[in-house]
Design a protein around this ligand. Sequence first.
Ligand code: ZN
Length: 420
Amino acid sequence: MLTWPPPQIPRLPGRGGPIRVRDTSTGELVVAATGHTATVYVCGITPYDATHLGHAATYIAFDLLVRSWRDAGHSVRHASNVTDVDDPLLERALATGVDWRDLAIEQTALFAEDMTALGVIPPDVYTGAVESVFTVAQAVRDLLAAGAAYRVEEPDGTGHGRGDVYADLSVDPDLGQVAGLDRDEMLALFAERGGDPARAGKRDPLDPLLWRRERPGEPSWDGGELGSGRPGWHIECAVIARDGLGLPFDVQGGGVDLRFPHHEMSTSHARLLDSGQGARLHMHAGMVGLDGEKMSKSRGNLVLVSRLRALGENPMAIRLAILAHHYASDWEWTDADLERARARLDRWQRAVSGNGGPDATATLAAVRTALSTDLDAPAALAAVDAWAEDALRADGTASTAIGAPGVVARTVNALLGVRL
Ligand code: ZN
């Protein structure tokens, strides 16, 4: 798929150190990339409703990782997907009388506009579910041939020996390493988050769908010996990550609600496809709430980035409002977040508008240190706040270093993605 235009990233003096992040599988703070090329796969959107602040917070979190990796001298390879055919998209299209393809195209375009406005660096590999159907179908055939998958027939035999295909989790002894849940917890979340534990004919209630046979009125593709149908979501991400990054890769990320079953299952699939390893570590962004509830399409309590933009909100204020919260924390969106962010943006703009200002060497170092410690954006903002306060001090006691405002403006732009 086509991505959106990349933002300009200014060069900074010197170079940042190794980037450590918290691996949600182990809880440990670990170096996120060990080689020269740093690789990350971030699960993309299902394009049936525009970007809400929870999405924006997730993609900005991984944008910080990409920016810090670049600053540390890594060559970065970032892959993402768009789930442009899936049950919720088809349901929304049916409910609103829109062709599912038109809905996907329209919402994918709106997402790209939102990401452009928010200054998110586009992924290097950006693959839609539809354009990956045939490679995913091949992977499902490979898993069947390897004995890691099986067919489930309809009770009336309508599958004609070619029913839906499920992964056989019993062949993966490492299942459970991503989310670290016990079986009861896995069963509860699987049922809650789109799984089908009660499906008759499965060997284990947790076995996830790999290939869904065509149903009347649903789009389908030729799966060869699988019959016509479409892929399951977990195998789709496993294959797009494998083909875009190679296995193993450094980081798999997304919102924390993807931890189980999505990342557990896609990592299991990647392991079995490659007889090795999927992501080395997992990172998850917290949930953004509104009025005491998680912001989600199914609850309908969304604050949309496009709506805020249409109301004239500066996207950099939206970005700053998000950066004021650590990516891994759960937090509530309120209007006060935006007011504080506007005030901060205004202060920073005034502070960098002078010819000179307090020396910025320590500020750049503090921003780098904050981000290299599990992407601590609030600490990075505090370091810039401190510099801006010095610069704006009216009593004239602030020391002046020629060029310092430029260094701060470039720091904020390159590392935090905030254009002043
Ligand atoms: Zn995914």
